[in-house]
Design a binder for this molecule. Structure first.
Ligand SMILES: Nc1ncnc2c1ncn2[C@@H]1O[C@H](COP(=O)(O)O)[C@@H](OP(=O)(O)O)[C@H]1O
Ligand SMILES: [Mg+2]
Length: 257
């Protein structure tokens, strides 16, 4: 392979990992969901680790599927370049026949900020990348739609939508939900209660490159490559909707701390 820029590399790796996951899904079928999930996590992780080791040998990597020791390796904390990857986001949905809301995340963090990233949505036949960020819808649709976890929607988001005339849309995978914001299927994604850096790094890199709002739900910045990769809440939205949602969340939390 020739030397390529980080944006293209993120896109190519996420896309190829996704193609391998589609093949695996076709080969193993859906009878044994546990086996399919485990095989998908492992195959995608190994492909991405091998490729990054070969193509970016000097960079550190933080992957969901690495061992705890690898994830806690302090060398990444002093590294200038760290790839943050989720080899299979929405593992649950990957194991359910017919579902297309699962993703491969590949992000690059450099000296304090996300600088490149890609989210492959293999079953939707597309990859969103910082190489060519999607064009955001110009206007916020009314009623606006908030994507939430299918299985763990935060309690307050129902009330938030009700107060501001919004609708909830359950979708699996953080990457698929943020992609839905960027492609105009929903206007926002709100999550709280738990998540890790790899769940949001790549989709946030693409969202920011596209001009979307991305922050913690209190409006503070999302920070990556921390010692503890726990990053429990997130708001991604069209920029014009962010002030309403941030104020709405603040009000709700004031009332029910
Ligand atoms: N409360 C929680 N604690 C830890 N991880 C969570 C979580 N809620 C969601 N996630 C993770 O965020 C991703 C998107 O979840 P959801 O589809 O429910 O919105 C999933 O990643 P993985 O599929 O990579 O494990 C899921 O494990
Ligand atoms: Mg994930």
């Amino acid at each position: 392979m020739t030397m390529r820029d980080d944006h293209s590399l993120a896109g190519e790796l996420a896309t190829e990992a996704g193609e391998r996951l589609l093949e695996l899904r076709a080969r193993l079928g859906f009878e044994d969901g546990r086996a399919l999930k485990d095989a998908g996590d492992r195959a995608s992780h190994e492909f991405l680790m091998d490729a990054l080791r070969r193509l970016r040998p000097d960079d550190a990597v933080l992957s969901e599927e690495a061992t705890r020791e690898e994830r806690m390796d302090p060398r990444r904390l002093s590294a200038e370049r760290v790839w943050i990857v989720d080899p299979l986001d929405g593992t649950r949905e990957f194991s359910e026949q017919g579902r297309t809301d699962w993703a491969v995340h590949v992000a690059l963090w450099e000296r304090g900020a996300l600088t490149a990233g890609a989210v492959a949505l293999p079953a939707q036949g597309r990859t969103l990348t910082t190489a060519a960020p999607p064009e955001l819808p110009e206007k916020v649709r009314e009623p606006f739609r908030i994507a939430v976890s299918r299985t763990r929607p935060p309690e307050f988001v129902r009330e938030l939508a009700a107060r501001h005339g919004g609708e909830l849309v359950p979708i699996g995978s953080a990457g698929a939900k943020i992609a839905a914001v960027l492609t105009g299927e929903v206007e926002a994604y709100v999550h709280a209660g738990g998540q890790y850096e790899w769940d949001s790094a790549a989709p946030v890199a693409v969202a920011v490159a596209a001009g979307a709002h991305a922050s913690r739900i209190d409006g503070s910045p999302l920070t990556y490559n921390q010692g503890d990769p726990w990053l429990p809440d997130i708001l991604v939205s069209l920029p014009d909707l962010a002030p309403t949602l941030l104020a709405g969340i603040r009000d709700l939390h004031r009332q029910t701390p």
